[in-house]
Unconditional design. Structure first.
Lengths: 88, 275
């Protein structure tokens, strides 16, 4: 019985290796799919943009910007300005 | 970036670090330096280009700005800027007799970032200058250990409360966040006797026509303020309401006449007069 232990351990290690290889294959396949998916999406976007190049910029599919902008803080000036925000 | 950088309240070590970050960004993102990463990307003859982490982050910010403004602030207008005549360092621009051309309209939806891979149609040139300037001002002010400010080409961010002069006179106290002004009084040039400027309307591919000469906006960061100011300028008469809907204070300077401010600006800045 004692000699059966290494055999069982070996088989468990072998099974674990097999599972790891399968997982790697799945991950690689997912990465390849994601890459080509993104490429296809980009090509679609390219096609759309050339076929409708004069479409007005604003459209309902875009965000309304409400999540992009945060509040700043302004108050009446109380002295000589230290700097300017003259145009870019 | 072709603008003066002003720093207040920095130690000499902090001022040096700020100078270096602006120089590095200029080397990386200049349209007019053949060795910049931006030029390399714009020249690339492949649809997929590997970019640096910083470059990829700037593209992602630019795409977020485009989405937030309905495509008004578009990072794909480098070709349109060149068609309008802005094809070299601003200081080197001279009046020319040939007329400006319209460039291609904005195509920001054709640009994607996946990890460090930038995907865009070959020949579609990026101009990230506005986003890079605003973001760099925000990062630079983060290098200050005490109260102070960083201002560059209309963009301002500060730590502590600072009074800032506005276009056309007046001044305002910025208590936190950023302040930015976009307009056409400085960065403009003549082509065939017609004034051109750098605020391109992505719908036409030409310099925008707007009732405003300068639009100033306050927001949580300098980058946000810069993006909002450009969008509000391009929206013309709809600009004040667009800012109001986002709770952003805006001040609009027309060609002639007094500044126009939206309600958010008035609530923040104007002192009520006792009856």
């Amino acid at each position: 019985m004692p000699e059966s232990e290494p055999t069982s351990q070996r088989s468990r290690i072998g099974a674990a290796k097999e599972r790891a290889e399968k997982a790697k294959t799945v991950l690689l396949a997912a990465a390849v799919l994601a890459f080509f998916g993104a490429m296809g999406f980009e090509r679609g976007a390219h096609h759309n943009s050339t076929s409708s190049s004069n479409t007005p910029a604003a459209s309902s599919e875009e965000s309304d910007g409400l999540g992009f902008f945060d509040d700043g803080g302004l108050a009446p000036s109380q002295g000589q300005p230290s700097t300017t925000t003259h145009t870019s | 970036m072709g603008c003066l950088v002003e720093v207040g309240g920095a130690t000499s070590r902090e001022a040096l670090a700020i100078e270096r970050i602006f120089q590095a960004r200029d080397r990386q993102f200049s349209r007019f330096n053949d060795n910049s990463e931006l030029s390399r990307v714009n020249r690339a003859l492949r649809e997929v280009v590997t970019v640096s982490k910083t470059f990829g982050q700037m593209v992602e910010r630019a795409l977020a700005a485009a989405s937030a403004t309905g495509g008004l602030v578009d990072p794909t207008l480098a070709g349109a800027l060149a068609a309008a005549g802005y094809d070299r360092d601003f200081e080197a621009l001279e009046p020319r007799a040939d007329a400006a051309r319209a460039g291609a309209p904005g195509r920001w939806r054709a640009v994607r970032m996946v990890g460090r891979l930038l995907m865009r149609p070959v020949g579609l040139e990026l101009d990230l200058n506005g986003v890079v300037k605003g973001q760099t001002v925000d990062e630079a002010v983060g290098l200050l250990s005490g109260d102070g400010f960083v201002a560059a080409g209309g963009d301002y961010a500060g730590r502590g409360e600072v009074d800032v002069e506005l276009p056309g006179g007046d001044s305002v106290r910025v208590t936190h966040g950023g302040l930015a002004t976009s307009g056409t009084t400085k960065r403009r040039w003549l082509r065939a006797g017609v004034w051109q400027h750098h605020l391109i309307d992505p719908r036409s591919g030409r310099p925008a026509e707007s009732p405003w000469t300068e639009v100033t906006v306050s927001a949580g960061t300098c980058l946000q303020a810069d993006v909002a100011a450009k969008a509000a300028f391009l929206l013309g008469h709809d600009g004040p309401a667009w800012l109001e809907a986002r709770g952003l204070p805006g001040r609009f300077l027309p060609e002639d006449g007094e500044p126009v401010v939206n309600h958010a600006w008035r609530r923040s800045v104007l002192v009520p007069v006792a009856a």
